[in-house]
Design a protein around this ligand. Sequence first.
Ligand code: SIN
Length: 326
Amino acid sequence: MGQSKLVILGTGGTIAGRADSQSQGVGYKAGQITVQSLLDAVPDLEQQALGPVQTQQIAQVDSKDMDWPVWRALLRACAQALEDADTRAVVITHGTDTLEETAWLLHSLLPATKPIVLTCAMRPATALLADGPQNLRDAVTVAASGGRSGVWVVAGGEVHAAAQVQKVHPYRLQAMRSVEGGPQALVEEGRVRWLVPDASSSPSSRAVLPVPTPSCLLALDELPWVEVVFSGALARASGVDALVAAGVRGIVVAGTGNATVHEGMEAALQRARDKGVWIWRGTRCAEGLPVASGLGSSPAEADLAQLPVAKARIAMMLALAAQPRD
Ligand code: SIN
């Protein structure tokens, strides 16, 4: 029997970006270079992979434009790889901008039976000192080296859990961080050094609300519409009312401090609830978690207030998609 393979899926991003000159670190075009070419830029990639590698170009998008067809194709490819006995692990090249949302989606939906490792770059592939090749090599190392099952993000020599990872800087190389704690592991000279015990099977690290099965989700033409509404000085009701009138199914409020909401918005949120729109509250604070009481009408909603709002929005889409419709 042959060795089991590593599947590498390309979706675009800065890691596959091309600029007009080597010194150009912004203003480049993301999602230009094929995933096979990205692999070719890492000389010892096959050695690091400890076996054969198979690539698949899922998309070539700037991840700010991530849409349901791309997510659906990615989800389908990951689900197939998890079921395929000849596949050991999956690596995904992705843009940094919505990486945490894709990581959360995969983490919420897929069984943690094999490593799924997302990686990215802050500089385009054409840059003088591109970070993509090293990040890709590190991601392959994490996936191949008897890696832990579950969804991981590898960037800047660090390994982050899908539930914690967040993009925290628009430009610097070390742009991905684990909120409320440090990285789970470091990749040093082609070796992974785990900093925490293996908790990939811990229920607390999984989605807290029901999610549809991947096959039910794949049958959908779109995900339920959920928006994030920002509360702050001079916040008004009219934005919430307009969203409800336009048919939004759920609203995540990026609240102040302990997930508090401007009084000018409260009545509109209650009107929305009365019409069946789901409302969750989180915090707009960059660090820490809300500790206020009464964060939701159920324990699950209170738990979801602990998610950064970008992930809470995806969690709400999945939870709405799992609801029976009349
Ligand atoms: C993107 O998210 O696709 C562009 C930005 C990046 O990858 O850093």
